[in-house]
Design a protein around this ligand. Sequence first.
Ligand code: SER
Length: 627
Amino acid sequence: MTISEIREQYLKFFADHDHAILPSASLVPENDPTTLFTGSGMQPMVSYLLGEPHPRGVRISDSQKCFRSGDIDEVGDNRHTTFFEMLGNWSLGDYFKQEQISWMFEFLTNRLGLDPQNLYVTVFRGNTELNIPKDEESAALWQSLFASKNIEARIGEDSEKNGMGPGERIFYYGEKKNWWSRMGVPSNMAVGEPGGPDTEMFWDFGANRQLHETSVWKEEPCHVNCDCGRFVEIGNNVFMQYVKKENGFQELSQRNVDFGGGLERIAAAVNGDPDVFRMDVFAPAIQTLLVMSGKQYETHTHAFRVILDHLRAATFLIGDGVNPSNKDQGYFVRRLIRRAVRFAHQLNISENVCAKIGATFIDVYADAYPSLSAAREQVVIELEKEEKKFQQTLKQGMKKFVELLNQEGEKKISGVDAFDLVQSYGFPIELTQELAQENGFVIDIETFKAEKEKHQALSRAGSEQKFKGGLADTSEMSVKYHTATHLLHQALRQVLGDMVVQKGSNITPERLRFDFPYPERLTEDQLKQVEGLVNEAILKKLPVHFEMLTLDEAKARGAIGLFTDKYAEVGDKVKVYFVGDEAMEDVFSKEVCGGPHVSNTSELGKFQIQKEESIGSGLRRIKAILS
Ligand code: SER
């Protein structure tokens, strides 16, 4: 089965079970200062899991684009990718364990035809200190489902120590494995963060493949979570029913289900091949690499995988408006492209490769992600541009490198110089090492590592600073900035015209940031007018309320921000926020939005634009504060 077929089957299955099907949200989260990228399907759902009513109801399903920057260095094995699609379904205070577990079993075995003999599951062992009980209900549900297929599924209590006993198929694990929150284990969670125990499903790619022989864990007994590659996690049912409080966990007002499953991993199981890079979506890119390099995937697997993963991720990220740069999200796009180019060099590819590979992905995903297809030109241009820039950087780096070789004295490159090559010239250390070796030089790798760590510690401190606060303790200020963003959006349209639409928004408790298309720098006068309009709306003490409207109604009432990628079907209801009083014919802004917002603009204080700048590609950015 192809990736597309499985995606369709899944969404159809959940549509048949009364779920509203949503298109994927952007890879760049809106109004979420806690994270740079959408890294799981539930991320755009957080406010709804916490109790905000969802405009599409209590049963939601989608296939969400995800990017996990932390996995860049993991790429190279058969199952890690930085970009992936996560199939998701949610119960927002509606169904719970019974339905979720039965549906999953039915979907995997009956719809996709997976043999239940190769299916294994894990459940939460419970934690008395946290007062979270052992999930015996889920274990019993799984047991009866396996029994319906004449499989006696025994329960393993301690498989990470003892390995898997005969007939064992359901395993208890602690919070490291069977607890899910965006921040991981309970002790890492910030106050206000939702989380819960989960039950995960694993596919057995077969003991006879001997994959585990090559594992670093081979000294230890194999079990489903041991990472040896025999078992691959294909889905995670989270019972999102708790919220972290100052003094432990509290039940949320509603019991939610949050399911997420890696589409490619499920496809790998269906196709009986543990290598996700052999799924159909990669085939045209592999073919292109083969033609360009004359090398085979089978003999140059690692380099192929890195190039395939990184350029697909970069393609999707640029498609969502993230261009390569030295900052924030853009930095990761730059890193992905540069790393891909370097691995292309390893394959002796000397022509430009990025745009060619990117184009294969745009074609493959055109139907599922029309917005990627619409951004084709932009993606191709940015990939080209960044690759050229990097070639240039490599040239300069080479010059510097040759200077180092010509230095008098022992044939050694200092760690500081090697790190400078990374920092100032984007010259990867592996490359420096290779070149040094070719020239009979050695690198002082210990000092290099120390330099790198020093730098990482600095940037970590920087990003902690940047993301400080998180959701919970900052919500009040963030909500104010959220409403101020609506006012700014409307004010800009009044002053500059209807071409102003939100292209990006980012809110922290300290400021708002708003990106929109406009061809030139805003004049002092325009900025004053915009600021004036927002402050006027604040001084008028306008009430804020929302109504649930169909898309047609929302359009007819003049609402802006109909982000079509987010709301799939005409006829479905969306939430529209009104700032002002319609009865008094004094409505300042009408915008489709999930919320939350303040209830009156008088809560906002004084609005002040701090900065207006270009961020390239005809986009402007405004930063503003409330005081
Ligand atoms: N949030 C869970 C995960 O990302 C399930 O959707 O694994």
